[in-house]
Design a protein around this ligand. Structure first.
Ligand code: TXA
Ligand code: MG
Length: 332
């Protein structure tokens, strides 16, 4: 059963209460333009440890630290010219930088999970910004779901996944982007894309020149970003990609014109073929179709352009989670 008792409207009073929770080292789920985050004071070891506990997250997976702007970011990370150019263009917004930790960095070591780097992001969502301003410090926040599940894009998703493990859920309605932020690694001379998101590879290269695509580690090599494990973003039932038909008991997730599928078990990410709308709907629709009544979710092809790249990346991970039993989130 969903525990909705801790969902609080995202108004001024709600933000004030959320800031008080953070100051007391408790956990607050809050909306960002990408997905809901499960936030804690990024400087406090115990508060950050509670995030890992609530998410049942492997401790080697580091967290993104949210700040208001580039000045706040540079208190914790070494921001070079590339980071400044990117932040001028894309901050606040759905882009996270992985940069070296400053020697005097006061963030909990747990947010970096043992690495000497830190992921920093300035979100644009007004409630996230109000919360950062009222709290007055950095907020560590991974997506507000149990590890291995798809990220939440509505307050009710957070309640379903975490229940009372979040001391409070600040309700900001649906997330506009609907996919997690783009992650770029700026720790070495060659910048590397670690995760596809709303800011595309091309947009990053327009500013930086060549950016290595490290989003899918070559077979046998260790992932550059611990979050690249295939078992992220997985529904409980199998996902079948590039479907041109549906099998018995399969639900259908389609895109654009679609002439097949039982209307009762079909959801269309965007009937008009709009990739932005499709991204915003993706996780909510996967959740709706992920029920024991269906054997699997068949997904029609999505164009591999613009945001389609990030959507296909999430869908491939969802499909792979079941192709390889090691990656089945129910066993992880
Ligand atoms: O849109 C988002 O980024 C959301 C919202 C809440 O901001 N947050 C989010 O956080 O997706 P999370 O923890 O679910 O994903 C963070 C990703 C993971 O893939 C993690 O491995 C990677 O960023 N990451 C964080 N710190 C890193 C580091 N120091 N080096 C390499 N990868 C890092
Ligand atoms: Mg996540």
């Amino acid at each position: 059963m969903t525990d909705r008792a801790n969902i609080i409207p995202g108004n001024d009073d709600g933000v004030t209460r959320a800031a008080i929770h953070l100051q007391a080292c408790r956990l607050v789920a809050f909306p960002t333009e990408t997905v809901y985050g499960l936030g804690a004071d990024a400087r406090d070891d115990q508060a950050v440890a509670r995030i890992f506990e609530a998410k049942n997250r492997p401790s080697f997976n580091p967290l993104i630290v949210h700040v208001l702007d580039v000045d706040a970011a540079s208190l914790y990370g070494v921001l070079d010219e590339r980071a400044r150019q990117l932040s001028d263009t894309f901050w606040p917004g759905p882009l996270s930088f992985v940069v070296p930790r400053r020697p005097d960095c006061t963030l909990s070591l747990l947010v970096s999970a043992g690495l000497d780097s830190v992921a920093l992001r300035a979100p644009v969502h007004p409630l996230a910004r109000d919360l950062l301003a009222k709290f007055g410090g950095p907020i560590a926040a991974p997506s507000a779901n149990t590890a291995g599940e798809v990220s939440p894009t509505h307050a009710t998703h957070v309640a379903q996944s975490l229940g009372a493990k979040a001391d409070m859920i600040l309700d900001g309605g649906a997330c506009a982007v609907g996919l997690e932020s783009t992650v770029i690694d700026l720790c070495s001379e060659q910048p590397a894309l670690l995760r596809h998101g709303a800011i595309t590879h091309e947009q990053l290269e327009d500013i930086l020149g060549p950016v290595e695509d490290a989003t899918r580690p070559v077979d046998g090599t260790a992932p550059r970003s611990p979050g690249q494990l295939a078992r992220h973003y997985a529904p409980r039932i199998p996902v079948r990609l590039n479907a041109r038909d549906t099998g018995p008991d399969e639900a259908l997730l389609c895109f654009g014109d679609s002439t097949f599928g039982n209307p009762e078990t079909t959801l269309n990410l965007s009937p008009t073929g709009d990739l932005t709308e499709a991204a915003a709907n993706l996780f909510a629709f996967l959740r709706q179709l992920d029920t024991p009544h269906h054997r699997a979710i068949a997904v029609t092809p999505i164009p591999e352009t613009d945001l389609g790249r990030a959507i296909n990346d999430r869908l491939r991970r969802a499909a792979e989670a079941h192709a390889d039993p090691k990656n089945d989130p129910r066993k992880g």
